[in-house]
Design a protein around this ligand. Structure first.
Ligand code: MN3
Length: 206
């Protein structure tokens, strides 16, 4: 068994004009595919690893043999981060439900949340991802992670993420990361993000 590129649930152009079709196509078919290929290459002598979903492996890094730890972490996180990112993107969903209550409780209102998330995305030096996670205290938290590091490996549950590697926005936005971040708020799939939060809360209560 090997890991596979997950099916993209929408067309490359579905997020236009906020994320352009060419960027989506290259990002998914080239960048994400490369992480999947390198991950499979790293585990080729250890086929038992891929019997587990990549998320489970990243939550338990001790499952990975030392000899292949670095490539499995780097490429496994690259795979899992992109997989998660594609899953929370959709245009024209409504900010409502449990997630809206939690964000308002934590940040006061949606605009303040956007400002804090943007600030985190813009100030992240170099390549990485900004995340809204549910932390160890079941509290929402915005965090920056470098390179392809995954929140799963530090005990945090992902709610929203934005890829701020240049390959995620350079074709359309060039050096203007702030414009890309601003556009991102138009393609957060609030239905999906709400669903995830409800799932996390169910697991806590059960
Ligand atoms: Mn990327």
């Amino acid at each position: 068994m090997t890991y596979k590129l997950p099916k993209l649930e929408y067309e490359y152009g579905a997020l236009e004009p906020f994320i352009d079709a060419q960027t989506m196509n290259i990002h998914y078919n080239k960048h994400h595919q490369t992480y999947v290929d390198k991950l499979n290459d790293a585990i080729k002598e250890y086929p038992e690893i891929s019997k587990k979903p990549i998320e489970e492996v990243l939550e338990n890094l001790s499952l990975i043999p030392d000899q292949i730890k670095t490539p499995v972490i780097n490429n496994g996180c690259g795979h899992s981060n992109h997989k998660f990112f594609w899953s929370i993107l959709k245009k024209e969903t409504e900010f409502k439900g449990e997630i809206s209550k939690e964000i308002i409780k934590k940040y006061g209102d949606l605009e303040i949340f956007k400002k804090e998330f943007s600030n985190s995305a813009i100030t992240l030096f170099g390549s990485g991802w900004v995340w809204l996670v549910l932390n160890e205290n079941n509290d929402l938290e915005i965090i920056q992670l470098k390179n392809q590091d995954s929140p799963l490996s530090i005990g945090k549950k992902p709610s929203i993420t934005l890829d701020v590697w240049e390959h995620a926005y350079y074709l359309k936005y060039q050096n203007k990361r702030a414009d890309y971040v601003n556009a991102f708020f138009n393609v957060i799939n609030w239905n999906k993000v709400n669903e995830l939060l409800l799932k996390y809360k169910d697991n806590i209560n059960s």
